[in-house]
Design a protein around this ligand. Structure first.
Ligand SMILES: Cc1ncc(C[n+]2csc(CCOP(=O)(O)OP(=O)(O)O)c2C)c(N)n1
Ligand SMILES: [Mg+2]
Length: 581
């Protein structure tokens, strides 16, 4: 978009005419490249400020219109997740805030930093520039607008005057960027951002540094090392070690050096290459009960205690930026040592501490055991895939395998839980992202658009269920893909149901009445629209696949549309039951 100067260029010294204009210039100066927005009457000063900035050549974030608030926040999530930069989001007062909360929960639980903002109904009924001039300005006001989202964000505030602008924005960004990272929320009343200010020029550089994470405590590392060194069957369980992309290689080295198998339970960030010899898949059920020491790295739920658990004498070490997950009300996993720190720092300290205990003979014995476990695991996956192959309706395991075959080696895959990662190969960090532990559905398709914004030259594939697709507000998603030139491939694993609801009902009531019913309520999604035509309606390419033999060809055509024609594409794959949520 021509009105925006390239990243890194300093804004011209220019008289800012409004707080809104100074605010936008400040965001750009602080490295906020994008402002995802869903507008209302509170946006008037910002709309004007964007137009003035374009005319005056002032650098401001690029505005990204999203036709629903959850889409705006989930796009920002995808963008921040891939780029690790901080996006801003602006929504319409109380009602816009209400609409964005689900997506904000997803981002908060995955520690994705973002500046969430909302207008506030004009405070004054008359007398100021920007005072109330619409009947909505009374009913949309709330006693505590931020209260709706306060539990989710790390910090909230309301901008009250121009003088505090830099202090407030810098504090918001510094808190969002400090580990554990997360969204912050700032409300912007209309008269405050409409106020005129005489001169600002380029904002002074920020003096609000993000806080560095704590270094792992030496005693805690020594205690953790003792537990691991004494173990014959140690195990690492992680969900998010790879959130720090540098930790990806560190975990690979650590696991290999000390011969410790790794299970990635419900990964949101990939933590280990698929082909790594210590990679023992995604299900902790077999290994946790065998383990005599478990190192939990950045995992809120390392196993499901109602299904399995470690032996009573198994020692458990939790490490992470918030190893006790203090924002989760109840979480009772056994914990003998808790180490606070980033994965890279923890692994490096632990590696030094473990070196003195390393005994080549026992490591070699363990390596053989892990190799056997891995061979058995891979054989099991192959058996499952063979059984799934070419079934009609299509089996999600087979669809996962076909997606893997079709994708380029550096493609990013965003999985809103229906893809089976064990049937795919991901060798590098940041090529696979799973949906948030909060599991607010409707995330995947939108996050893929944000990921594409962060990696415009790479291919991005979103894999979603029919339920998740409809939660994502598909018309708004396809509109955003077209509007912002974000050609993404959407694969819908369409089993015409909320399979998770059925699985949960059968798990609780295996012999219940619902299990004998052909049509239990709140499970089947009959009369679904032709999803492929929703994508087509936005100028994309759509295909429906019912015959397993035609899936590889359909995926190949869709990839080619995305990469060569730069158009979005959707493959609606008619599937049978599957999934694991
Ligand atoms: C916002 C929101 N509402 C409801 C749910 C509960 N929920 C979890 S999974 C699921 C079904 C998703 O269906 P689909 O994407 O088709 O996947 P399937 O289970 O069929 O594999 C639902 C409704 C949720 N996680 N988030
Ligand atoms: Mg479904």
């Amino acid at each position: 978009m021509e009105q925006h100067l390239p990243r890194g260029s300093r804004p011209k010294r220019q008289k800012a005419r409004s707080v809104a204009q100074a605010y936008l210039a400040l965001l750009a100066d602080r490295g906020v490249d994008y402002l995802f927005g869903n507008a209302g009457t509170d946006f008037a000063p910002l709309v004007e400020a964007f137009a003035q900035a374009a005319q005056a050549g002032i650098s401001v974030p690029r505005p990204i219109l999203a036709a629903h608030e959850n889409l705006a926040v989930a796009m920002a999530h995808g963008y921040g997740m891939v780029s690790r930069r901080i996006p801003a989001v602006m929504v319409h007062v109380s009602v816009g805030t209400a609409n964005m909360i689900c997506a904000a929960m997803n981002a908060a639980r995955e520690n994705v930093a973002m500046l969430l903002t909302a207008g506030r109904s004009p405070l004054t009924e008359t007398g100021l520039f920007g005072s109330r001039d619409g009947y909505i300005h009374w009913a949309q006001e709330m006693y505590d607008q931020a209260g709706m989202i306060r539990e989710i964000v790390k910090w909230d505030y309301e901008l009250r005057n121009a003088e505090q602008l830099a202090t407030v924005v810098d504090r918001a960004l510094a808190i969002a960027a400090s580990e554990p990272r997360g969204p912050v929320y700032l409300s912007l009343p209309r008269e405050v951002i409409a106020a005129r200010i005489s001169e600002t020029g380029a904002p002074p550089p920020s003096r609000s540094a993000a806080a560095a994470p704590p270094a792992p405590d030496a005693d805690a590392i020594a205690a953790a090392a003792r537990e691991l060194a004494n173990a014959k069957r140690p195990l690492i369980v992680t969900s998010n070690a790879g959130r720090d992309a540098a930790a990806f290689a560190a975990l690979a080295r650590f696991a290999e050096r000390f011969a410790i198998p790794v299970v990635q339970h419900r990964p949101r960030y990939l933590s280990l290459p698929s082909s790594h010899p210590m990679n023992l898949g995604f299900d902790p059920a077999r290994l946790v009960p065998m383990a005599d020491a478990i190192l939990v790295i950045e995992s809120d739920v390392p196993w499901i205690p109602s299904r399995i658990g470690p032996r009573p004498d198994c020692k458990v070490v939790h490490c992470g930026l918030d190893p006790l997950f203090t924002r989760t009300p109840i979480r009772g996993f056994p914990c003998d040592v808790a180490v606070t720190g980033g994965t890279l720092a923890v692994l490096s300290s632990l590696a030094s501490a473990l070196e003195e205990f390393a005994d080549a003979q026992s490591l070699a014995t363990r390596r053989r055991w892990i190799a056997d476990e891995r061979a058995a695991l891979i054989a099991g996956w192959k058996t499952a895939l063979d059984a799934a192959a070419r079934k009609a309706p299509l089996d999600p395991a087979w669809v996962s395998h076909c997606i893997d075959r079709a994708k380029e080696p550096h493609a990013i895959v965003i999985n809103e839980y229906t893809l089976f990662p064990e049937h795919c190969t991901f060798e590098l960090p940041d090529l696979y992202f799973g949906s948030s532990a909060a599991s607010g559905l409707g995330w995947g398709a939108a996050a893929a658009l944000g990921a594409k914004l962060a990696r415009p030259h790479g291919s991005v594939i979103a894999v979603v269920g029919d339920g998740a697709y409809m939660f994502s507000n598909p018309v708004a998603v396809h509109h955003a893909a077209a509007l912002h030139d974000l050609p993404v491939l959407f694969v819908v694993m369409n089993n015409a149901m909320w399979g998770a609801v059925e699985r949960s009902t059968l798990a609780m009531y295996p012999d219940g009445q619902a299990s004998r019913s052909n049509a239990p309520p709140f499970v089947h999604l009959a009369k679904l629209p032709a999803f492929e035509r929703i994508c087509e309606a936005a100028g994309g390419n759509g295909e429906r696949v019912e015959d397993p033999a035609s899936l590889p060809g359909a995926l190949e055509r869709a990839m080619s549309v995305v990469s060569k024609e730069r158009r979005q594409a959707l493959v609606n794959v008619i599937c049978g039951p599957g999934g694991t949520a």
